[in-house]
Design a protein around this ligand. Structure first.
Ligand code: 5AD
Ligand code: SF4
Length: 438
């Protein structure tokens, strides 16, 4: 009999991928994914620990789920509650202390064991806690990935050895691990056979991927581009220090590689970059951007920023604003610095008041917003290849993504989902671009 599974995902794309893989792991045991938690037999919260706000959301969500669980219990039914992901990894036992009605707590490295954990608590066992970093990589135990639509994420690397001073990732996801090339290629082939046209390779430090002397990310992208059906490639998230000559050349040589790169710089101030332990300064970042654009002139860059890092002065912040304008980022994610337990930056003196962070964030976001707008406007009249991936509101309308991830809608009778079509951008709407057949 089918059992209902509801997964709520917080945080990054790696978590979106992990959630899909957890569903794949549970499918052979009769679990089908549901859109709502109300009647679920198993609810998984796949959590994020990157900022305090993200971590706290989990506990308010758990409060709501507790009531659903009680309501089901009154009907004589059982809802199992699992907390997965980075909050589970970082807080472990503490999750069970704060929310004793939780049945399973599992870290990002043990979800291949989910069926076993579910089985154990179903038999009436006590809550299960599994936040180990097992010797055997979970990837070896996952069933074949099931595709949903024309785009897919594919995790090729996990964990991080960079230890930026503000970041919990090296602690929650562990040391860098790279999947073998053959495993990645096999997963990509399976996805392509199921209709996937665009692959986004995932890793916390994805461009550090290396699997033996011949296999770096450029070689992997080249091999993936040769797979029948794969028309577009992206990779995320990259660290500037690990972006070498071969990858820059791949941007020149591989038409499948989209001209849009998320390459976080975090700050424009050399002093702050040093305190963040980023391993590069603003000038090195600038030169990298120049080399990438020389290789691929239509390349656009996006970035993450942290404002209000401990000790950040008005001058440092101005350096960030200047760099944003100079590089011309077209898309960004910016955050107020959030001190995370166990990270070196949390212990630094000179933590800034929230009001300062708030004001700087608003100023930075206003600038970034203007740049995104300007970029969208500059796209009007341009021809772009758009991957159609969803039906639109009207019968002959389809939605898709531009090479720059902009949502595009077009009236294109006779076109089908899964096709890459050349379109001319005709207008900019608040949340999308409108196109006409080219
Ligand atoms: N506070 C605020 N933002 C953070 N990020 C990582 N750690 C923190 C933190 N402690 C941001 C970085 C990173 C993105 C995923 O989250 O900008 O690139
Ligand atoms: Fe965190 Fe830095 Fe690693 Fe990115 S590179 S995951 S910010 S430690």
């Amino acid at each position: 009999m089918a059992k209902r599974l509801f997964i709520k995902t917080f945080g990054c794309q790696m978590n979106v991928y992990d959630s899909a893989r957890m569903a794949d792991v549970l499918a052979p045991f009769g679990f089908e994914r549901d859109e709502r938690p109300d009647d679920a037999d198993l609810v998984i919260l796949n959590t994020c620990h990157i900022r305090e706000k993200a971590a706290e959301k989990v506990f308010s969500e758990l409060g709501r789920l507790r009531r659903l669980k009680q309501a089901r219990a009154q009907r004589g039914e059982r809802m199992l509650l699992a907390v997965a992901g980075c909050v589970a990894q970082a807080e472990g036992e503490a999750v069970l202390r704060r929310a004793p009605f939780v049945d399973i707590v599992l870290g990002p490295q043990t979800y291949h064991r989910l069926p076993e954990m579910v089985e154990r608590v179903s038999r009436g066992g006590r809550a299960v806690l599994d936040t180990e970093f097992p010797d055997e990589p979970k990837f070896d135990f996952l069933p074949e990935a099931r595709a949903e639509g024309s785009n897919a994420f594919l995790a090729i690397q996990e964990g991080c050895d960079r230890f930026c001073s503000y970041c919990v990732v090296p602690y929650t996801r562990g040391a860098e691990y790279c999947r073998p090339a053959e495993a990645v290629l096999a997963e990509a082939r399976a996805l392509a056979t199921q209709g996937v046209r665009e692959l986004t390779l995932l890793g916390q430090n994805v461009n550090a991927w290396q699997a033996g002397p011949e296999w770096d990310l450029a070689a992997l992208l080249t091999a993936l581009a040769a797979i029948d059906g794969i028309e577009r490639l992206r990779y995320v998230t990259s660290h500037p220090r690990d972006l070498g000559e071969s990858l820059i050349a791949a941007h020149r040589d591989l038409p499948e590689l989209m001209p849009f790169l998320h390459l976080p710089v975090q700050s424009g101030s050399d002093r702050i970059l040093r305190a963040m332990n980023r391993g590069h300064d603003r000038d090195e970042y600038r030169r990298l951007a120049d080399r990438l654009r020389a290789a691929r002139p239509d390349l656009a860059l996006s970035s993450d920023f942290i404002v209000g890092f401990p000790g950040e002065t008005d001058r440092d912040f101005q350096d960030t604003l200047d760099l944003v304008a100079e590089i011309g980022f077209v898309q960004t994610y910016s955050f107020k610095y959030s001190p995370r337990p166990g990270t070196p930056a949390a212990a630094l003196p000179d933590q800034l008041p929230d009001a300062v962070k708030e004001a700087r964030l608003a100023e930075l976001q206003a600038l970034l917003h203007r740049q995104t707008e300007a970029f969208n406007q500059a796209c009007v009249g341009r021809e772009m290849a758009v991957l159609l991936d969803r039906p639109g509101k009207y019968a002959d309308q389809l939605l898709g993504r531009s090479p720059y991830m902009q949502p595009v809608h077009v009236r294109a009778p006779g076109r089908r989902i899964g096709e890459v079509v050349r379109l001319r951008i005709a207008a900019v709407h608040p949340n999308s671009l409108e196109a006409i057949p080219a």
